[in-house]
Design a binder for this molecule. Sequence first.
Ligand code: CA
Ligand code: CA
Length: 379
Amino acid sequence: MINKNHKFVKLIIVLLTTLATLIIMLLITNKYLYRSKASQIPVDVYLNPLQKSVGLNETFKVSVFLALPDTENFESAISAAYLTIKYDPQILRFSYLEKSADCNLLEKQVFLRQNQSRGEVSLAKVSLKRKEELPRAVFCFAQLSFTAVKSGTAQINIVPQNQKEINIVGPGPTTYSLNLSAKSVVNIKVDENNLTLTDASGNNLIIKFKLQGISSTTRTNKTKISVTIYNSANEPTEFKNVIATFNPLGFFVAKVPLGQLSGTGYSIALKGPYHLQKKFCELETKVSLSGSYSCNKGDITLQPGNNNAYFDKLALPVGDLTPQDGLLTTKDVVILEDCLENNDSSCITTTDVNYDGKVDIKDKELLINNMRNEYEDVR
Ligand SMILES: [Ca+2]
Ligand SMILES: [Ca+2]
C-alpha cells in the first residue's frame, strides 16, 4: 500500500514537472516569438495620389504616408525616418519639399539630397517630441512637389530596403522594416496638351506659346509677357507682367486669371519682353503653309473654368526692345548694338533675346532678320 502511494506521488511529481517545463518552454517560446515579431514591425508606405494625369510644366504634390500596425503601444511609435524616393528624371523633376503642417509630424528635417540625373530624393526627418507625442498609426511623413517636364508616363516609388540605406526608428528598442506594395507607387501620365495647372482655380486662360529663337534657356526659365484680351466690341483688357514658364520641349505656358470675362467674339494679343505683339483669333492657331498667321475678327469663346489656348504654332517675333514702342525700328537695333558682347546684368536683361545668357551676334541676327518682314499686330 505504501509502495502504491509512493508510486502515485512519484507519478504526480513527474506530471507536475513536465507541466511546469511545458509552461516555462511555452513562456520562453512566446517571449522569443514576441521579440522576433517586435524587431520586425512592418511599416507600410502609401503614396498619394496613386494615379495622376498632369500637363506639361504642371507642378503636383505627392504625399508619403507611413502606417504602423500597432496604434496603442507608445514604444512602437516613429521618431525618425530616412527614405529615398525614386522618379523618372526624363519626365519629372523634383521641385521642392512642401512645408505643410499636416505632413510635418516628424518636424525636423535633417537631410534632403536630390540627384536629378538619377531621379532620386533622399530625405531624413526626426521628431524632437516626447514619445507620447510621436506619430503612430497612419501619418504623413512628407509631401514632395514634382514638375512634369516631358510628355509620357512615369512612376514615383520608394526605394526598397535591400537597395538603399533605409531607416525607420522609434523611441524604444523596437526596429522596423519597410513594407512596400502597389500603394507605394504613383503612376503619372504627362500629356503635353493638358495645360490644366494645379493652382488654376476659378476662370483662367492657359496659354501655350513660343518665343522666337528659344529652344532652350540657360539664363532663366521664367519670363513675363503682356496679354491683351479684346471683346467683340474691340475693347481691351490688359494683363501685364504675366509670368510664363519655359518647358524644355521649347514652349512657354502662362496663366491669365479671366475673372468675369466670358462669352464669344474675343481675340487675344501676346507681347513678349523683346517681342512684337501677335494677335490670335482662335484658341488653336492654324498657320498657313508658309508658317505665317494673321487674323482680324476674334472668334474665341471663353468659358467658365479653364480655357486652353494653343498659340504655339508660330513664335512671337523678336523685335521690340525696352523701352518698347510697339515697333521694330533702328532704335531697337541701336539698343542691341550698344550691348553687343557686353554681358553686364542690365545688357543681359534688355537685349539677350534668345535667353542664352550673353548678348552676341545671334541676338542681333534675330532682330535684323525680322526688320524685313515683321510688323506688330494691332487690334
Ligand atoms: Ca521698338
Ligand atoms: Ca543671347
